[in-house]
Write a protein that binds this ligand. Structure first.
Ligand code: GLC
Length: 475
């Protein structure tokens, strides 16, 4: 079985969010279980120099982008048992940032066709091309319209994984022929709500669809979560399933992590306390062992649930002894809210803007409680990383949060869960967490269950394998 994993970001090369984590860790897990899993991604200007220096140029070819004929260089690297293909076109990818350019449609149409063309120019002949989000959603479209008719491609199946349905790749109808090179007679594949919608096209054409948690697979059939695609997905639900993401448990391991202050493990959880003290010190919070420290590491955007935090944080600070460490950037509204709170309550809350991986790890290791009140959360990786470092998640019951965190009501859970999207419900869950924190025996149990929990890729990689096998056996 050979899989070509097509993705617009993957660690250790480049990442802007959870997609890059998954692009970096799922192929490694798959490769351990089968003959071939290779990754293809664009060669962006922003790829770190030490990775760029290791790349080897292997071949080049031309890619049709409608009437254009564009150069594509292929650079290769083997890392951790996986071969990576980085596709080079300086005009499209030697720019600042990964997304958000005026011609993203053309850039990712190029990348999608180039990933398909690649199969003709290397000796790696995939059985399945596994695509991710709108950036590679044209691969299933081109496969069914163009490539499946060629003998060397006819056997290839496509899987499309939706990591977040909010981002769909929506463009003007005017570019169907000129940019995508698709004739009017096929306009219906991409057309949706008066525009062209790349994710919708991928949903129509992929052989199988997956999302990143079983609960999210159900949620996106509902208008509250679907960002307009529920009817399209309901018509295609026979091919939709949800497979929970895992995390990279080698990189995220409190026993070996070089970024945290003191290493510790499930067998020796005492190491958490010095991490907390050192974090408090670094942040300039009072160093108090018995003040519960709540961590937030997140993009500060609406769907992460920060409206609820805005409404109730002051009440929480005034009625408890909790401290807070907030790391993240995003919407001005939330950035300035946390900045204001940090100014008003300097002994209780500290805020850092941006994404600072080293500090993120220190917050996972040094916090007692990890807050993630998302309005929607396709999977979410932070709650799993928090568990791995023994920080107890307080989450809203949605998507992957529902599938990975169970409430501690019966004394056997690994976190605290609330259901309704309301500040009061979030506060109640936080208060239950704070009460549990002050009961030493309960808390020791929670932390040791968290530290022992297994969110590695092993189960999920096996599920992907099953899906690929089912697909290719249908041949
Ligand atoms: C997106 C989702 C997030 C998920 C990640 C990886 O960023 O918003 O919930 O964990 O993709 O699949």
């Amino acid at each position: 079985m050979k899989i070509l994993y097509a993705v617009s970001e993957a660690l250790p090369f480049i990442a802007t969010g959870g997609l890059g984590d998954v692009g970096g860790s799922l192929p490694v897990a798959l490769r351990k279980r089968m003959a071939g899993c290779r990754v293809v991604l664009p060669l962006y200007a922003g790829i770190r120099k030490e990775m760029r220096d290791k790349l080897k140029f292997t071949t080049h070819f031309n890619v049709p982008v409608s009437w254009r004929n564009q150069y594509c260089g292929v650079f290769e690297l083997s890392d951790n048992g996986v071969t990576y293909y980085l596709l080079d076109n300086q005009y499209y990818f030697q720019r600042d940032g990964l997304y958000g350019h005026y011609d993203d449609a053309e850039r990712f149409a190029f990348f999608s066709r180039a990933a398909l063309e690649l199969c003709a120019y290397t000796d790696f002949k995939p059985d399945v091309i596994h695509c991710n989000d709108w950036q590679t959603a044209l691969i299933p479209v081109y496969q069914s319209l163009i490539y499946a008719k060629k003998p060397e491609y006819s056997h290839i199946k496509t899987v499309l994984t939706i990591h977040n349905i909010q981002y769909q790749g929506i463009y003007s109808k005017a570019i169907l022929g000129d940019v995508f090179g698709i004739g009017e007679e096929y306009a219906d594949i991409l057309a949706y709500n008066g525009s062209l919608n790349l994710l919708k096209g991928g949903i129509e054409c992929a052989d199988r669809l997956t999302t990143v948690s079983p609960t999210y697979a159900g949620e996106i059939l509902d208008a509250w979560y679907s960002h307009g695609l529920d009817s399209i997905l309901n018509a295609r639900r026979f091919k939709l399933s949800g497979i929970l993401n895992g995390i990279d448990t080698v990189s995220y391991d409190p026993e070996t992590d070089k970024e945290i202050f003191v290493n510790y493990s499930a067998a020796q959880p005492e190491g958490k306390a010095p991490n907390k003290a050192a974090l408090q010190k670094r942040l300039g919070l009072p160093v108090k062992a018995d003040a519960p420290l709540i961590g937030i590491v997140s993009r500060l955007v609406q769907h992460k649930g920060f409206d609820l935090v805005k409404q109730s944080l002051e009440e929480l600070l005034l009625t408890s002894d909790a401290q807070m460490a907030v790391l993240g950037s995003g919407d001005f509204e939330y950035e300035s809210f946390f900045a204001g709170m940090a100014e008003q309550y300097p002994d209780r809350l500290k805020q850092y803007k941006g994404f600072i991986p080293e500090l993120a790890r220190k917050i996972y290791a040094g916090s007692d409680i990890f807050l993630m009140p998302s309005k929607s959360e396709p999977c979410g990786l932070s709650q799993m990383i928090a568990l791995r470092y023994g920080s107890i998640p307080v989450v809203r019951e949605t998507g992957g949060l529902k599938d990975s965190i169970t409430d501690n009501t019966d004394g056997n859970g690994n976190g605290f869960v609330f259901t309704g999207y309301s500040a009061q419900e979030m506060l109640q869950a936080l208060r239950r967490a704070l009460d549990a924190y002050h009961d030493q025996e309960t808390w020791r149990g929670l932390v040791s269950r968290a530290l022992a929990s297994d969110n590695s890729w092993s189960r999920s990689a096996a599920e992907y394998m099953r899906l690929y096998r089912e697909l290719t056996a249908q041949r």
